[in-house]
Design a protein around this ligand. Structure first.
Ligand code: FAD
Length: 484
């Protein structure tokens, strides 16, 4: 064990895999002391923390590599260790004689509990611990009703966040980091975060470039060109009309306050874009809203926010669930979305709403089944946004969609994918159908189907549920919950 080095600091990285606007790293670097940058894969000791799904594990591996490269460029490196965070961090502090450990807070119950255990283990060996806020625009305890409860309706919530003024200005990345002693590190490959047999991540690699540089480049490109027309384009899955920042935000490769300030700066420089930029920031506000909900309701992925839903008569239908998961429902826009998800680890927001509504309303399958599938397949799978949005669609959540809103997958397709380009891309077996039929191939005549090379029930499924029948069944079931 090394003697206590009054000056050595450890920075514990978690969902903040970046160098800029990283308050803990900034504070450590300002001290001028040598800094050990540490990431701990703690997949055993924190039973409340939901294990990452497959797509998110892939992202994490790439993001750690990117952080490693950025630290190397500063003459530093990322130390990787695996095990219970409290034990691993205290052991490293002992081994190196560190004087202090710094980290950024994550305002989620399992992360707060983990940080408390780390702080206690450090206190026991006389090592200082300090944490810094920064994962959200506003700390959850600061946005409350008069009687101290979290807000359950988005608009007043977002008004309150905006009224609390600009969040602190982002901090710069350290220009250099004090050289730390060499300590043992795991090899990332041994963590087996990436799939190998089979390697299903080809589509993810084609689609994404994880890491802070790529996050910054995406934000800049979006604010320069993409944001113009965002308020309308954001609903079009056939266009590249949104920022694509969600997985970068999820892993903290960019902070929400960096997004906030860059967007405000762009709006000031180009006032004509102010409306689109406000809309974009309000979407970032939804992320914030979901995280605040999660802060109050740590079992958001398991429990209906509205208890009246506890008695809801969900159907168990494994065949229909599997057809939904594989993009074989017979509804082109639903199938396109589910296949986009499987291939790329993401799905357009409009289509997420349509496929979620289809599962919980047309198929009457419990929203938790859909939430779990998304958790495993989304690169941006987020402990707040995923369950909160599922509950929103199901009607069991906060500020939820009205129960009688049953998205019509045909009309949604025709409205938001008017040329059928999104369906043609993800459901190529329908590619030759005329645009007027592409969202409802069952309406095509035998001749039209033949000309397009489509054989319903063979090359592409018949609808697994009739739209009108599914809608009526959903309304009946929902009416019982409402009246029950
Ligand atoms: P942009 O339109 O560019 O929006 C900017 C940012 O705002 C996003 O990066 C995201 O961080 C945030 N945002 C946008 N819409 C929402 C929203 N409805 N709720 C919360 N935050 C939002 N988003 C996730 O980040 N993780 C999830 O696990 C997730 N699961 C979802 C499940 C369902 C059923 C639905 C309907 C939506 C879900 N969303 C989730 C929200 C949304 O679909 C994605 O955030 C969005 O598609 C990401 O694309 P973008 O970064 O280009 O978004």
């Amino acid at each position: 064990m090394a003697g206590k080095s009054a000056s050595l600091h450890i920075v514990w990285f978690r969902d903040d895999l970046r160098l800029s606007d990283h308050p803990a790293l900034h504070a450590a670097s300002q001290s001028g002391a040598p800094v050990i940058c540490l990431y701990v894969l703690d997949d055993t000791s924190n039973a409340q923390l939901r294990p990452l799904g497959g797509a998110a594990r892939w992202w994490l591996a790439q993001s750690l590599r990117a952080l490693q490269a950025d630290l190397n460029a500063l003459g530093s490196r990322l130390v990787l260790r695996r095990g219970p965070a409290a034990k691993v961090i205290a052991a490293l502090a002992r081994e190196t004689g560190a004087a202090a450990v710094f980290w950024n807070e994550i305002a989620q119950a399992p992360h707060l509990a983990a940080a408390e255990r780390v702080a206690a283990s450090l206190q026991a060996i006389g090592v200082a611990a300090q944490s810094f806020p920064g994962d959200l625009l506003a700390a959850p305890p600061s946005i409350r009703t008069k009687d101290g409860r979290g807000l359950r309706v988005f608009t007043p919530f977002w008004r309150r966040v905006q009224a609390s003024g600009d969040p602190p200005k982002p901090l710069p990345a350290p220009a250099k980091l004090g050289r730390a002693p060499d300590v043992a590190t795991d090899r990332l490959e041994t963590w087996r975060l990436e799939p190998s047999q089979p390697d299903w991540a080809g589509g993810l690699r084609e689609t994404w470039e994880p890491g802070e540089r790529s996050a910054q480049a995406r934000l800049n490109a979006f604010l320069e060109t993409g944001v113009s027309g965002y308020s309308v384009q954001r609903d079009r899955p056939d266009r590249d009309g949104t920022s694509g920042l969600s997985p970068h935000l999820r892993f903290g490769e960019i902070s929400p306050r960096q997004v906030w300030h860059a967007a405000r700066f762009a709006a000031a420089a180009r006032p004509a874009l102010a409306g689109d930029i406000d809309k974009f920031l309000s979407e970032v506000g939804w992320r914030e809203f979901c995280r605040h909900l999660l802060f109050d309701v740590s079992d958001l992925a398991d429990r209906n926010l509205q208890p009246s839903f506890d008695a809801f008569a969900w159907r168990r239908d494994d065949k229909a669930l599997a057809a939904w998961q594989r993009g074989q429902t017979g509804y082109p826009v639903v199938d396109a979305g589910m296949r986009q998800l499987w291939h790329t680890g993401t799905m357009h927001n409009r289509v997420r709403m349509v496929v979620a509504s289809f599962l919980v309303k047309h198929l009457l399958i419990d929203w938790r089944e859909g939430e779990k599938w998304f958790w495993n397949t989304l690169v941006d799978a987020d402990a707040g946004s995923n369950p909160a949005n599922w509950q929103w669609v199901a009607g069991s959540g906060a500020d939820a969609a009205p129960y009688f809103r049953v998205f019509n997958p045909i009309l949604q397709g025709e409205k938001f994918d008017p040329d059928g380009a999104y369906v043609r891309r993800w459901v190529p077996e329908l590619g030759q159908l005329p645009t007027g039929l592409i969202h409802q191939p069952w309406s095509a005549s035998p001749l039209e189907l033949k000309a397009a090379g489509v054989e319903l029930g063979t090359t592409y499924p018949q609808p697994i549920v009739d739209h009108r029948r599914g809608r009526e069944r959903a309304l009946e079931a929902y009416a019982k919950t409402r009246n029950g």
